[in-house]
Design a protein around this ligand. Structure first.
Ligand SMILES: NC(=O)c1ccc[n+]([C@@H]2O[C@H](COP(=O)([O-])OP(=O)(O)OC[C@H]3O[C@@H](n4cnc5c(N)ncnc54)[C@H](O)[C@@H]3O)[C@@H](O)[C@H]2O)c1
Length: 445
């Protein structure tokens, strides 16, 4: 079965979710582009969008239509060539609408798993529940006579475990898109102990066609991305808890968030990132990883406490940030949650005194955006860290400790053979987390 045949009948499981909707969009566009090639005329391409909620599927179809329209508008010139033999399509608008129609007729929304029994490729993007994933994968595989290939988007479950428990005989690979899949360039590709070479070959071809940056990861719970992020987050939480002996917890959170964003020149502070991913999602990923770790306990009582109080973060369906550890107005943090009072404390009430405690900001500091897209970020970062190195303010000390811990985590991932090379760790942080520099660097040496 060649690349096109493999992509002729596809299923996305969990299609209405955050990841599933992006995977569905990218794959549907890839399939329609294939279907419009002269050699594929007349062939039928189908992608089943399966989810448990038909309401969510209706919303999904509206999302896909809007995104397909945007995609068509971007490539109208190419589409003119593709539809050149269609005398009925004259205006750009007609061409664009034809492409949108071609995408929409390819997608079959359904709440029934049975429709996947004919698929040759199945993307699994349901929630991070190992038992549910194994149950659905087993059921699919028992009932699908085509010996389908499975691309799982799990963030933390070892692929070998899914492979063996669902009895898939190596027809599975971890294809870990980042959120949102349509925007994020990074994909971590993880082979199980049994993944068939042809499945990997296809995965790499599909990734290339989607213009993704592929980083291979060993099949170890959490892989490279979450392997770094979860430990980095625990460092930030630990620092805030230590600091909370002198100031209130919300003040300590504000300070560590500021250091991890402004001093470390990152796109967002660590507590904002935890909110972005979801407080409960972070805690869950740690709990899935934990049994596989020998000398480490990836766990946070603080996150447990927040979850117990219903403070979860995450995003609304339009992609905007829900309140979590921080409260947001127009996407910017304005208050910090206080688990003792169960209320948000306004940042404006303590910002000045906290900033004073941190001390003067390094003069060379620039916002992440100005550094990351400057074209000379290496030089700018060297200047910033050279200055931080010489400073002894509270803020500079916290920043140095944070950067060193982040590097240590990266090096440990390589030493533990979760990452195959230092550059892979850096690529994951640069591409998947939009950092301006990789954690394994010599800025503080
Ligand atoms: N959100 C992220 O940042 C992110 C990033 C990378 C990987 N992931 C991984 O992707 C997967 C999905 O995560 P998400 O954030 O998109 O979750 P989500 O909760 O947004 O989506 C999961 C979807 O699965 C559906 N679902 C649940 N049970 C189902 C069933 N039995 N059959 C069919 N559909 C079912 C839900 O209705 C929901 O629409 C998880 O394994 C997660 O770890 C998430």
């Amino acid at each position: 079965m060649n690349y096109t045949e493999r992509l002729s009948n596809v299923t996305v499981l969990g299609a209405a979710g955050k990841m599933g909707s992006g995977i569905l969009l990218l794959t549907a566009l890839e399939m329609v582009d294939l279907s419009l090639k002269p050699e594929n005329r007349g062939k039928v391409f189908v992608i089943n969008a399966i989810d448990v909620s038909s309401e969510a599927l209706a919303g999904l179809m509206r999302y896909i239509r809007a995104q397909a329209l945007k995609a068509a508008e971007k490539k109208t010139v190419q589409l003119r060539a593709v539809y050149a033999d269609r005398a009925d399509l004259i205006d750009n608008e007609e061409i664009i609408m034809q492409y949108v129609d071609d995408v929409m007729v390819t997608i079959r929304p359904s709440v029934n798993l049975e429709v996947a029994y004919n698929s040759t490729l199945i993307f699994e993007a349901i929630k991070e529940d190992p038992e549910l994933k194994v149950k659905l994968l087993s059921q699919l595989d028992k009932n699908n006579s085509h010996k389908p290939w499975y691309f799982t988007n799990t963030s933390s479950i070892p692929i070998t475990q899914l492979d063996e428990k669902a009895n898939l005989g190596g027809r599975i690979i971890g294809f870990h898109f980042y959120n949102p899949p349509a925007v994020q360039k990074l994909v971590e590709v993880i082979k199980s102990a049994h993944t068939l070479p042809e499945v990997e070959e296809f995965a790499l071809q599909y990734a290339k066609s989607l213009r993704k940056v592929v980083v291979p990861s060993a099949d170890f719970a959490g892989f490279v991305g979450n392997g770094h992020f979860m430990r980095d987050a625990l460092h930030g939480i630990g620092e805030a808890e230590k600091f909370a002996k002198d100031v209130s917890l919300p003040e300590a959170i504000y300070m560590i968030n500021k250091v991890s964003q402004d001093y470390l020149v990152r796109p967002m502070g660590i507590f904002q990132l935890i909110d972005y991913v979801g407080v409960d999602v972070c805690q869950y990923i740690m709990s899935v990883m934990n049994p596989f770790l020998k000398d480490e306990d990836l766990h946070s009582d603080f996150l447990d406490r927040l979850i117990g109080q219903g403070v979860l973060g995450g995003q609304f369906s339009d992609g905007s940030q829900k309140d979590g550890i921080l409260k947001y107005e127009k996407g910017r943090p304005v208050a910090v949650y206080n688990p003792d009072t169960k209320k948000y404390d306004l940042i404006s009430d303590f910002q000045a005194s906290c900033d004073e405690k941190l001390g003067a900001m390094p003069r060379s500091i620039q916002p992440w955006k100005s550094v990351a897209f400057s074209g000379k970020s290496e030089d700018m970062l060297k200047t910033i860290f050279d200055e931080i190195k010489t400073m002894d303010t509270v803020g500079a000390r916290l920043a140095k400790e944070y950067a060193r811990r982040s590097k240590e985590i990266g090096l440990q991932l390589v030493a533990d053979k979760v990452a195959f090379a230092e550059k892979d760790v850096n690529t994951v942080l640069l591409t998947g987390f939009f950092h301006a520099y990789g954690p394994i660097n010599n800025f503080l040496d």
